[in-house]
Write a protein that binds this ligand. Sequence first.
Ligand SMILES: *[C@@H]1O[C@H](CO)[C@@H](O)[C@H](O)[C@H]1NC(C)=O
Length: 293
Amino acid sequence: MGSSPWTLCLTLLLFASVAFSAAPKRAIDVPFGRNYVPSWAFDHIKYFNGGSEIQLHLDKYTGTGFQSKGSYLFGHFSMHIKMVPGDSAGTVTAFYLSSQNSEHDEIDFEFLGNRTGQPYILQTNVYTGGKGDKEQRIYLWFDPTKAYHTYSVLWNMYQIVFFVDNIPVRVFKNSKDLGVRFPFNQPMKLYSSLWNADDWATRGGLEKTDWSKAPFIASYRGFHIDGCETSINAKYCASQGKKWWDQPQYRDLDGFQYSRLRWVRNKYTIYNYCTDRVRFPRIPAECKRDRDI
Ligand SMILES: *[C@@H]1O[C@H](CO)[C@@H](O)[C@H](O)[C@H]1NC(C)=O
């Protein structure tokens, strides 16, 4: 035994597989039905290539949505989405995690459509114990309707990170030490939906949905889920601390990731609740950490 070259080699391999599991190669091929089920308006979801690609359709009768079969406590959750092309004003496409109870936790991506050629807005939000009001809004650095892009969430005991194509666009640190609640003991399901929200979505509700352009279609692929699956009432994850997303390198962003985050902040931010002194005369406690970025 001892540390022969072979054990060293095996150890390295083990580390490599842990490091690379952050982006599983075949994640993009996992079919819808393995991890997800429709939530409502089943006939407005269309399936392609054995369910490895789906479309959500919104028309004047209804939008539609789907949800994960399982509930999760921590993990890395991603979706490849191509947003509604052309005139998408008034529509909202969402990808989020949410627990089911009344004092619920939630981690949200919401994509607000726009008139043809005008930019989408990506709004993110975090709810803890039923309380939201932590919106941030950015423009994207690409047209999200032209190709698939990856939207993902890393959630562990230390932080919630929102990524766009693996670039962090927002970090919500566990600020328990500052008296701020952090989602840690309520399993969440994943949800996605496409619906009409022309009372608020585009230019604050000024631009209405043009139903003559319906159906509005958002496309999805990559239905892999990398999370600790638990029963819906579980208070902790059985493999807590042992999964790749729990490891030290995922407890904080690295220097390169912080520089990308600052780039997004400086160039693409439209709104940050942390700097809204009208709405929050007293700066929310967790924003002290947000300011240091
Ligand atoms: C839509 O386009 C207008 C004009 O460029 C812009 O002000 C707005 O932020 C864009 N996005 C949304 C969702 O309203």
